[in-house]
Design a protein around this ligand. Structure first.
Ligand code: GDP
Ligand code: MG
Length: 307
């Protein structure tokens, strides 16, 4: 299965409802009410949903949309319009080494995603160095070390070390070895764990001590099945760590996808957090740059071919 098919089948729960809604019938008040419920159930959230609904009602009046199919196309365009500011290519050349710090709750997919990104970078002839700064669990360090060995990518780790010291070492080593990219894995933590959240600020600063301007990217990895809780994660991690981008994982699973719309609609378009990649599976190749148009199409159940 290609990426797009997988995204589509992943978003099936949303799609089944939406597709059913658009498969005939008149455009009346009942239709708009059901559409509203469907968008909220798809994790788009109340506020963005009401904005979308208002614009669709306006379009029906002003542009004379008559069929549900026409409304579906307008809905896709609205979703794309909201998502477009979050579509931004990941610029690996912005610094050398480019230092990336990955943050998020436990199980979001940080370590898996680091493996996927490292492979994506290796395919572009980039020299990658990983920092195992998830020092809480030996298993986490081990997971990254094994993965690095298998893929011939160096991993900087310290047994039982302080995460701030690990990232300092790794960034220093990245500079010394002429690496193109240094990626720091960090331990998962919850927005409510204030001490751990404050520790992120310390881990962040220690990278700057090894290389001015580092980290250049602070990326929150969000589990797409977390629904509206993802919004709270974005706020909290941004507060403590200063986010520069997002990666949304597990869109092949039971995720409803609308949460990307909810997150992006939270900010002014010019301040949108880039969604650099989306994850659609557990294997190393299941990572794709985020494409607002294709994502919007998948969400409303349009048929778009894999590239
Ligand atoms: N289906 C699916 N599973 C994923 C994806 N990304 C990560 N996972 C799984 O989520 C679980 C937690 O991943 P891990 O990288 O260890 O999370 P971490 O705690 O944030 O480092 C693992 O079982 C991964 O295989 C994805 O895009 N799709
Ligand atoms: Mg991990």
């Amino acid at each position: 299965m290609g990426f797009f098919s997988r995204l589509k089948s992943g978003l099936a729960r949303t799609r089944v409802n939406i597709v059913g809604l658009f498969s005939g019938g008149v455009v009346d008040e009942d239709f708009f009410e059901t559409l509203e419920e469907t968008l909220i159930a798809a994790d788009i959230g109340y506020k963005p949903t009401s904005v979308i609904l208002q614009r669709l009602r306006d379009a029906v009046k002003l542009k004379g949309l008559k069929t549900r199919e026409e409304v579906r196309t307008a809905l896709r365009d609205e979703i794309e319009r909201i998502l477009l500011p979050a579509q931004k290519p990941f610029d690996v050349e912005a610094a050398k080494p480019l230092v990336i710090m990955m943050v998020g709750v436990n199980g979001a997919g940080k370590t898996t995603t680091i493996g996927k990104i490292a492979k994506w970078l290796a395919a572009r002839d980039k020299k990658v160095l990983l920092a195992a700064a998830d020092t809480f669990r030996a298993a986490a360090r081990e997971q990254l070390a094994v993965w690095g060995e298998r893929n011939k990518i160096d991993v900087i780790a310290q047994s039982g070390g302080d995460p701030a010291a690990v990232v300092f070492d790794a960034v220093s080593a990245g500079v010394a070895r002429g690496a193109d990219v240094v990626i720091a894995d960090t331990a998962g933590r919850l927005p409510t764990q204030t001490n751990l959240m404050e520790e992120l600020a310390r881990i962040r600063r220690s990278q700057g001590k090894a290389l001015e301007g580092a980290p250049h990217e602070v990326i929150l990895v969000v589990d797409g099945t977390n629904g509206q809780n993802a919004l709270a994660q974005v706020k909290a991690f941004d507060n403590y760590a200063g986010l520069t981008g997002l990666i949304v994982t597990k869109l092949d699973g039971t995720a409803k996808g609308g949460v990307l719309v909810a997150i992006t609609a939270e900010r002014e378009p010019e301040k949108a957090l880039p969604i650099y990649f989306v994850g659609v599976g557990e294997t190393i190749d299941d990572l794709q740059p985020f494409d607002a148009k294709r994502f919007a199409s998948a969400l409303v159940g349009e048929d778009v071919q894999d590239e």
